[in-house]
Write a protein that binds this ligand. Structure first.
Ligand code: HEM
Length: 437
């Protein structure tokens, strides 16, 4: 293992032990897309920001989320390091919470105050990623670009609005309440105005379900009324997450990228008026699952946890061949290469100028290889029957930085180390295929 990686792993092993977050114990959730359950969360919930990986990916998805994309003004490595250190400082403060500092009436208050005199952790996670444009526009950074980080390109059904696409840097905020996410965004905008300029932001949430102590966990519903996340890979299976989500030796990425992941964000409008007038049977055939239970259509009396048997249904009589789930994951040999961890939120933005409801899915997926996972799956989904009811309008691709340890470490420290002229490992790939830029 290269020196940089070894040191990083050693540092972070300690951090992980210190900061072990009880993954789902507190919430009763078992997978990232399980619906949050009422009365199982509290403002005191603390999700540690420390560890090998950033929080907000395999940690439980709370009820609220927001994605904000920024232009970065840093024009040299030391400015980038300063930005990463300041972000780290804000993230540590915000995720732990605490009483606000004294305010001098002659100065602007240090905090927006929207959460009152004591900021609660509220399960806040702040997850930071970098966009391709950050690397493209800076010659000193270009050789260190993650191997498959590119700008999101247009797919068949897209009507992308440039104002809500891409970004040099992305931050995903997740929390029990939307106020905590908004507070965190305002804090970062206020404290780092000379280095970050906000480009776009999209907030979302997932419905909280009433507690039913003996019932199996269920995936949260999206705004088309279907359970969303039923077939998501198990985020509590660490070995599976190493393969599906985290960058490791098999990914031929630059050393600095180890323990990071790729994030695909898509703002996908749902044409809900049209959907609500579509017969139930057609809605279910479009997805390949029953609407209420989420069971696959070849075992319609079963549960959402059941796995469809496509080999026994080669003509698609039960689960249509062009249904969303069958196209997204045909379950043929090799298709496990395109697994991803979805962690989406629903959004409700009011009314469009044409009088239609502006609602949809803030689709977020994490994977160790963007091309093999999100891009391959989206290509298979191009021209799916669901397209009549959805319209992707924004988003972007980002590389989520590795995690950081408590103490001297900071977010992005491995990238900054790789930029140093003395670094031996700066743009080497983890042994495997060469890095192709
Ligand atoms: C508004 C847009 C979308 C909606 C409403 C939607 C909804 C759903 C629903 C209801 C399911 C079935 C339950 C489940 O396993 O989660 C599902 C499955 C899935 N979706 Fe989507 N989805 C959307 C967009 C996308 C996109 C853009 C991708 C990736 C390119 C994607 C990838 C998947 C995958 C991989 C599965 C699991 C298939 C399986 O393993 O059986 N979806 N989606």
């Amino acid at each position: 293992m290269p020196a940089l990686l070894t040191t990083r792993r050693r540092l972070l092993a300690g951090a992980a032990a210190l900061a072990a977050t009880p993954a789902f114990a507190a919430t009763g959730q078992h997978n990232v897309t399980d619906a949050p359950v009422a009365d199982t969360t509290s403002a005191a919930d603390l999700v540690s920001p420390y560890g090998r990986h950033q929080a907000g990916i395999t940690t439980p998805r709370p009820a609220n989320g927001m994605v904000a994309a920024f232009h970065v003004l840093a024009s040299d490595p030391s400015a980038l390091e300063r930005l990463f250190r300041r972000l780290t400082e804000r993230i540590v403060l915000l995720t732990h919470g605490g009483p606000l500092p004294e305010t001098d009436p002659k100065l602007p208050p240090p905090d927006s105050g929207i959460l009152g005199p004591v900021v609660q952790p509220d399960a806040l996670t702040v997850t930071v990623g970098l966009g391709a444009s950050l690397f493209e526009d800076r010659t000193w950074l270009a050789p260190h670009r993650p191997r498959v980080l590119s700008r999101m390109t247009r797919f068949h059904n897209d009507a992308l609005d440039a104002d809500i696409c891409h970004g040099d840097l992305v931050i995903q905020f997740c929390a029990n309440t939307q106020d905590t996410a908004v507070h965190a965004l305002r804090d970062i905008v206020k404290n780092i105005p000379d280095q970050l300029v906000l480009k776009w932001a999209q907030a979302g949430n997932v419905p909280v379900i009433p507690a039913r102590p003996d019932a199996a966990p269920e995936s949260a519903r999206n705004l088309l009324g279907f359970r969303d996340g039923s077939a998501n890979p198990d985020s509590e299976d660490a070995a599976l997450m190493e393969r599906v989500v985290w960058i490791g030796p098999g990914n031929a990425e630059p050393d600095w990228a180890a323990d990071g992941t790729y994030m695909a964000v898509r703002i996908i409008r749902n044409l809900v008026e049209r959907w609500d007038r579509t017969p139930l049977g057609e809605q279910e055939r479009i997805f390949g699952r029953t609407k209420m239970s989420g069971a696959p259509l070849d075992r319609a009396e079963g549960t959402e946890a059941m796995v469809p048997d496509y080999a026994a249904d080669p003509e698609g009589e039960a689960v249509p061949l062009d249904s969303h789930i069958r196209l997204a994951n045909p379950r043929t040999p090799g298709s496990e290469e395109s697994l991803m961890l979805r962690r989406p939120f629903n959004y409700v933005n009011g009314v469009l100028k044409n009088g239609q409801l502006d609602q949809g899915l803030l689709f977020i997926a994490f994977q160790s290889d963007l091309e093999k996972a999100f891009v391959a799956v989206q290509r298979r989904l191009d021209r799916e029957p669901l397209e009549e009811y959805i319209k992707p309008v924004g988003g972007g691709y980002f590389f989520v930085l590795p995690g950081f340890a408590a103490g001297e470490d900071f977010l992005g420290s491995s990238l900054i180390a790789a930029l140093s002229p003395t670094s031996q490992t700066s743009s080497q790939s983890i042994p495997g295929r060469p890095v192709t830029d």
